[in-house]
Design a protein around this ligand. Structure first.
Ligand code: AMP
Ligand code: ZN
Ligand code: FE
Ligand code: FE
Length: 286
């Protein structure tokens, strides 16, 4: 049974539409797929709206979101929320504020790139993010590829867009603690996404992750392509010590070559725990 608890559609910065993602998941024989777009629920909601209550599809979709957070020291942290109430006022308002602020933020990054002599405009990004509710750096990366400045999303991040780059600008974001509390009060389950992915920028220490667990974080994404074996071992050990969920997921964005749906998986007993704990909404099948 293949369980993949982290994926993105083109409603945020993934490349595939929700329907295409479903088709791919079925091709990969995945049984359970969480659609966890950044700061928006619309990807899985589009699918849910087109299913009937008697639907008996083979693929279980888990309503989810990846909440973009920032610590008080300015570090970017992603918290996955599962099975929370999609109408919860605090969560929906927080995500809405985040989405809105991403537009001026991208414009600021573009301004800095222009100052450095790179010819790129917001119109380039807008053209490549028409399906997106959440505009992010990957769209800007695509625009840099389209302009011939770089040859791939990854190269755009390495050279211009990574978290520690001089062109980095943040956006409105809740703190991880606020996100954890909000997900919990909406009946959901919170998991720290790619917590030790140091290649992306600054990361927590293991002790700090322990403090988040003490604050109510429900689990850790352990198996992720941006974690080496040492990172996985540390996180797995911490999850065991705190008796919380240890998940594995593809974090699929549709970037062929580096990513594959189901490339990392979550154990069935872990998924069953998350499913039993999440009381804010129901899974559905497609
Ligand atoms: P944003 O939400 O606009 O700050 O962009 C974050 C997204 O950019 C992440 O979800 C990843 O998809 C992508 N990303 C972040 N860091 C990197 C990196 N170093 N290389 C490639 N993609 C990255
Ligand atoms: Zn992303
Ligand atoms: Fe993430
Ligand atoms: Fe993600």
């Amino acid at each position: 049974m293949k369980i993949d608890l982290h994926s993105h559609t083109n409603v945020s910065d993934g490349i595939n539409s929700p329907a295409e993602l479903v088709r791919l998941a079925k091709t990969e024989e995945i049984s359970v797929l969480a659609i966890s777009d950044h700061d928006t629920l619309e990807g899985w909601q589009i699918l849910n709206a087109s299913t009937t209550s008697s639907s008996t599809g083979k693929l279980t979709i888990v309503p989810a979101a990846e909440i973009s957070c920032r610590t008080t020291t300015g570090m970017s942290v992603h918290i996955l929320g599962y099975l929370f109430d999609p109408f919860d006022v605090q969560l929906t308002q927080t995500m809405s504020l985040t989405r809105d602020d991403r537009i001026p933020r991208i414009k600021k990054i573009i301004g800095l790139l222009n100052e450095a002599g790179i010819d790129i405009s917001f119109a380039d990004v807008a053209r490549l993010s028409e399906s997106a509710q959440t505009v992010g750096r990957p769209h800007l990366a695509d625009a840099l590829v389209a302009r011939g400045v770089v040859s791939s999303r990854d190269q755009a991040f390495t050279e211009y867009l990574h978290n520690d780059s001089p062109f980095y600008v943040g956006h409105f974001a809740p703190t991880p603690e606020e996100a954890i509390t909000a997900i919990k009060s909406a009946g959901g389950v919170s998991i720290l996404a790619h917590g030790l992915a140091g290649s992306r920028g600054a990361i927590y220490t293991i002790d700090e992750i322990g403090e988040l667990l003490a604050h109510g974080l429900d689990g850790l994404e352990v198996d992720h392509r941006d974690h080496d074996d040492a990172a996985r071992n540390e996180l797995r050990e911490l999850a065991r010590a705190f008796d919380v969920y240890a998940t594995g997921s593809s974090d699929y964005h549709g970037v062929v070559g580096v990513q594959r749906l189901g490339m990392e998986l979550t154990a069935p007993n872990v998924w069953e725990g998350i499913l039993a704990q999440g009381t804010g909404c129901e899974v559905f099948t497609v």
